[in-house]
Ligand binder design. Sequence first.
Ligand code: HEC
Length: 432
Amino acid sequence: MVLMKSPAGFFRVRTFLVVAFACLIACQPGEEAAEPPKAVDYAEIEARLEPRAPRGKTSDAFPNIRMTDQHGHEYRFFDDLIKDRSVVVNFMFTDCALICPGTTSHLARLHAVFGSAMGRDLTFISVTLDPENDSQEALHEYWKAFGGHENWLYLRGDFEETELLRRRMGVYDLDPVVDADKTSHGGIVTFGSDAKDRWAALPALSSLHDLRDTIIRFALAGRRPRPAAVGDDGSAPNAGMDRVYSGQGVIREISPEKAEVIIEHEKIDGLMPAMTMAFSLAKGLSLEGFSVGEAVRFGLVNSDDGFEVVALGRDRPEPPSAPSASAASGAGGKDYALYCASCHGPAGDGDGPLAATLDPRPARHSDAEYMAGVSDADLFRVIQEGGAAVGKSPLMAAWGGTLSEDQIKNLVAFIRTLAKPPAAAEGQGSQD
Ligand code: HEC
């Protein structure tokens, strides 16, 4: 779709979002009649590819197709990106406004959790399912709109070969009609280590805690190869040093100034017996929401200055960013978490993952004073008709084509529960 690309090359984030949200309404799956599935002859595609000697590993099944990233670099998928490496892979396309932006911003937070310490050895790969539409420039814009992170490749290849790749990575539905709907594949993230021959997949919107933990376990535990650093003679340097350890312990002290956490741990698998020690925090890791005395799980990775803590999870699974149980309850709460939290934040604090890229910033629905001056009818209208219709920013899309009146009513009711302290549903100017 030409809309996605500006002739100047780069479009601004703002334009991107407006287009994306316009498409959200136009491209609602289910509204159009189901297209007949495009028949892909997997055996035929496979016959086109160079055969490889099997090594008895799961990833032997991943085709070695040619792909190009958002910067124009070319790769052979298996040889250059999978073999001996650890990766996190998802499938997306830039026109997919319904699920992909939420997934991508969630994965961006996951990427930040791993930070630079792991970035070197854990590559994030997003493969477009729509290579005809997603040019290198479109992927580059999308990558930039979601933070432009290093170690995150947006790849495009031949459509049919990509279909084979998706199938071989297990991201498909047994029902061919569902399988033909590209939006149904955006929700899965696959990760693993070729060296360890361990692979797993999770719903991409699983809690960051679960994703972190599982990725550490599957894709990173044990020796991590560093193909980029292989010596001229082909030997792997730092063998044995390049490790990730995981453990369990109790937080004794948190010092954000020093970016340090002191954990009294029971045991760090494969490393050392119980003791108390301080770890520097990997860049990008936030300790917000954790407190002294709390039992946590963590991972350690070798960095240039010792070990860095790369993952902290509570023993009770509860992601730091999850909306509170009461806030998430009810239909309005679910829709809010799905459609609105990416900008307005899970608790309506205007701090969703996309918020930083927006100007003006998304409204703070938790601001009781402000919200008391807005009537339910105003809220209903701005949600249904969009910001532009009421003289506000078009970044606030019109949701009337996506959400029913009842859904919007429930959202309004839900938004009213976010105000701290709760604001009465008063009309404008009716305050004393
Ligand atoms: C792409 C980001 C984005 C998403 C997603 C989004 N909003 Fe907004 N929203 C905004 C921005 C930005 C504003 C501020 C507009 C302004 O002040 O000009 C806004 C404003 C609003 C307002 C107006 C508050 C006031 O000042 O009167 C309401 C209500 C609102 N959004 C509700 C929702 C609901 C409900 C959803 C989910 C169905 C949602 N928004 C999804 C970005 C977003």
